[in-house]
Ligand binder design. Sequence first.
Ligand SMILES: [Ca+2]
Ligand SMILES: [Ca+2]
Ligand SMILES: [Ca+2]
Ligand SMILES: [Ca+2]
Length: 496
Amino acid sequence: MCFILTWFIFVKDLINHSMKKSIQLVTLALLVFTSCSTLQLSGNPFSQLTMPSTEILDWERINEWQHSDIKSENFPGMSINKAYEELLYDKKGKSVVVAVIDTGIDITHEDLNESIWVNEDEIPDNGIDDDKNGFIDDVNGWNFLGNSTGDQYELIRLLKKGTDFENKNVAIEKYAEMIFKEGVKDSILQIKKNLASDLYFYENDVKQSKQLGYNARKTGDDPDDFSQRFYGNGNVMPKSDDELHGTHVAGIIAAARNNNLGMDGVSSTAKIMCLRAVPNEGDEYDKDIALSIRYAADNGAQIINMSFGKDFSPHSDKVREAIVYAETKGVLLINAAGNDGVNIDEVFSFPNDNFQNEPEVSSNLITIGAIGPVKNSLMIAPFSNYGNYNLDFFAPGALIYAPVPGNQYKALSGTSMAAPSVSGVAAIILSYYPKLSPKALKKVLMESVVQINYDIELGYDRIKTTMNSISKTGGIVNVYNALLYTSNHYKTLINL
Ligand SMILES: [Ca+2]
Ligand SMILES: [Ca+2]
Ligand SMILES: [Ca+2]
Ligand SMILES: [Ca+2]
């Protein structure tokens, strides 16, 4: 399921909160120099925000807020522009391949087409697997969904199979809630009676997906048979007008910077490998996700963005095996925490790097929550999931303006937007320090967050808490700090 929301939910909160104006801090000019081999940088990291701000939200600059400097500007941005201007202005970075596992991506978009990964060893549209990787005409990635658009939720697929599973009662309740909204009275009773058969006929595609007998999969494979690996096709474009999620996510990472079009992506060197595996409606299949991770790892991706998730995952072990495999190939995975406003240490969300709070199976997955454009107690987006064990840190993910198909742009909110913010930051670090392992890169991002050391209000009920209690690091990603941290600790990091 795509982690996306309509943006006005968040705006409502901002408007209701009174904010006063105060004085802006002044940015310090910093000295930058290079050495012969590894890039050495110097500057002053900014490690914590100790006081909430009372500044008024600057709506004029809202479309670029995620790039602003958390120390000197009015937004809790990732200090992207500051890093480019003060640390990287005369340095050329290497290109970094970032795989985006998502819905289709508009690779022809005016602000994105220069940033799409190209499989140089594959001749397009000749019906031949030129690079012999098992995928025919995979020029920009792969489409594991074939021609299908939406699909069912995993809980419906599980109930449909009639199999007994651990969370069956929870699944029944959720399904009952869903179809109750569609007008099915006594929905729990109905489901219990009719688990293996359809409740009644649904008319359109979206509603059909709630029918137990419906099968949206059009790829001809068995989604539970992981030995069937080559299905789908090489066309990674969106299949319907409302399939905009993947383009937005890719744009946040890699839309062309400073080209007077749309907006700036976080990374100027990222190349997007497109993996269409997340249905526009309903839940992704574990098999498509595991195979997408393996495709990315086998075909040169260094980072994988995963802006999706679900509550039920019948083959979560296979996905974790793929995550472990990706680590052996040097790949870092950035995972969105989800938009249910829940504690994911209690309500488990998939994919994840552990099973029910057991130790992590790998050191290459980071789970991200969303913040909005305010430096005060309401900075955690109210929809964002959280968790002291399972959520690593936060990143800008509300009111993020980015490309959508057809040369258009839109402001969207969700942890789906926070994850690619971090993928872009990771791409910047790798672009200048390409030898870092995923474990080292994760350490860099975790250690260099800006910590929030004042009380925050969590969720729509505004429960008073601290960033430390709701995440592992208690902070927000920051590329300026991360670059300096890498430069200062390189000798240790390179051995991780
Ligand atoms: Ca191929
Ligand atoms: Ca070919
Ligand atoms: Ca642009
Ligand atoms: Ca974890």
